[in-house]
Ligand binder design. Structure first.
Ligand code: UDX
Length: 437
């Protein structure tokens, strides 16, 4: 069977993951983006962000001559289907910003109106329900040979390539069965074992993506709310509670890790867009506002702990281990570290930071206001307190001996619950969701 030729518009974390994975699997792939600097780097095999496996896949695909990168949208004419993976960020008031999507769709209309063969447009970007029917289709539906499907992705940063190969479900929203079949045909070429496919309409597919992320956000805000109560109760540990309730198959064990709040490029943005979308329907109780509020306040738990240790004072040296919004990424979007450091700097505190991947990105934000350390020892040396903000594996191995040897005072705040408290008996050990001993 002739392999489908594919193009991807928007080479952020989702678009680039799709591009290099397809190219590596032997599909002729064209990656399109308007950012010239990004394209220049990609052409020589350099990604502008860290994601496990991406770099290796990119280099391999370039070597095999299976992928090319361009800003020329006309190149889609060489392909059978186009994934749209442009960003749909939040506006200042939290609504979804569809500017990039609208521009791409209008450009596609001009290009595809002269294509004599069929073409399928796949909306991968997260869009609020009815965007396809009210914004995309009115532009593209005049083109008889062009189909539009909504096919949301559920990729996690730090695990994108694995998630691409093993999706829990493929959701396809369509208005004409033949378009759904075209996409299924491509997926049958991509997957050795075809995952389950859920066929539905455009708007349901859009709503599935929001429901998914809103539920994950809800689980985190739920466990963080429980954690904040546990913290007040002697000898109570939220981790024991997460374990116990996670054993109930009706609840499930994932996304019950209490922490300093969720960040990243998706959960906060999608929750906010859903809140604004819900507000349009008068009289609905907007449950998601509570989920968002819990998250907004969660970073203050760390500040409260600093205050209880009498360390929320100017001149105190605070070592922060972990800056990325989660491990295995260098992404700082909506990262707790950024919020916390801004707050500590207002109080003239002396901040040292360490992160295995996100140090350079952090430097771009805070410039010379803080000290950047590429070694953990340098970060904790002379510190009054050490705060763990990201659950990188390297911090899980931290030993009390090393901290004792280097720190000025024995204070630890484990905001990610990765250390075993009993190993730090000689420290003032504070942790999210851990009641006093
Ligand atoms: C998320 C969704 O998981 C993914 O399906 C979607 O496609 C994009 O958004 P991602 O943003 O990469 O993926 O990260 P995720 O692993 O979901 O974590 C989001 C945030 O929640 C992180 O800050 C993480 O630290 C936090 N989190 C996650 C918790 O605090 N506790 C948990 O138990 C799980």
């Amino acid at each position: 069977m002739k392999k489908t030729k594919i193009s991807i518009i928007g080479l952020g974390f989702v678009g680039l993951s799709i591009a290099v994975t397809n190219a590596r699997e032997g599909f002729e792939t064209i990656g399109i983006d308007s950012n010239k600097a990004k394209l220049k780097n990609l052409q020589i095999g350099k990604a502008d962000f860290f994601e496990p496996k991406i770099s290796a896949y990119l280099k391999e695909s370039i070597k095999k001559n299976k992928v090319s990168f361009t800003e020329n949208l006309n190149q889609i004419l060489k392909t059978d289907l186009t994934f749209i993976t442009v960003g749909t960020p939040s506006t200042k008031d939290g609504k979804i910003d569809l500017t990039s999507l609208k521009k791409v769709v209008s450009d596609l209309y001009k290009i595809l109106k002269n294509k004599p063969k069929n073409h399928l447009i796949i909306i991968k970007s997260t869009v609020v329900p009815t965007t396809t029917s009210k914004v995309v289709l009115p532009i593209l539906k005049k083109l008889k040979r062009v189909g539009v499907v909504v096919n949301p992705e559920f990729l996690r940063e730090g695990n994108a390539i694995n998630d691409l190969f093993k999706p829990h479900l493929i959701v396809i929203g369509y208005d004409d069965e033949k378009h759904c079949k075209t996409l299924e045909k491509y997926y049958k070429q991509f997957y050795k074992k075809m995952p389950e496919v859920l066929r539905t309409n455009h708007t349901t597919a859009e709503m599935i993506k929001y429901s998914n992320n809103a539920f994950l956000a809800t689980k985190i805000s739920f466990i963080n709310s429980i954690a904040n109560i546990c913290q007040q109760l002697p000898l109570v540990d939220v981790n024991t509670i997460s374990y116990a309730i996670g054993k109930d198959p009706r609840i499930g064990s994932q996304f019950l890790q209490a922490g300093p709040g969720f960040g990243g490029s998706c959960l906060p943005k999608d929750l906010s867009a859903l809140i604004k979308f819900t507000d349009k329907f008068h009289g609905l109780n907007n449950f998601f506002k509570a989920v968002q509020n819990v998250n907004k306040l969660q970073t203050s738990q760390v500040v409260q702990m600093l205050k209880s240790l009498k360390l929320f004072n100017s001149k105190k040296v605070i070592a922060i281990l972990g800056l990325a919004f989660k491990k295995d990424t260098d992404d700082l979007r909506e990262a707790v570290s950024v919020k916390l450091v801004k707050n500590l700097l207002k109080n003239q505190m002396n901040i040292r930071v360490h992160d295995p991947m996100a140090l350079d990105n952090f430097r771009k934000i805070f410039k010379n206001k803080i000290t950047y350390c590429s070694k953990i020892e340098d970060c904790i040396r002379g510190a009054n307190c050490c705060i763990i903000l990201t659950e990188w594996d390297v911090y899980k191995k931290l030993e009390s001996k090393l901290l004792r040897k280097n720190m000025k005072e024995p204070n630890i705040i484990d905001a990610r619950r990765i250390l075993i408290p009993s190993k730090f008996n000689d420290f003032n050990f504070k942790a999210i969701g851990l009641g006093p001993s």
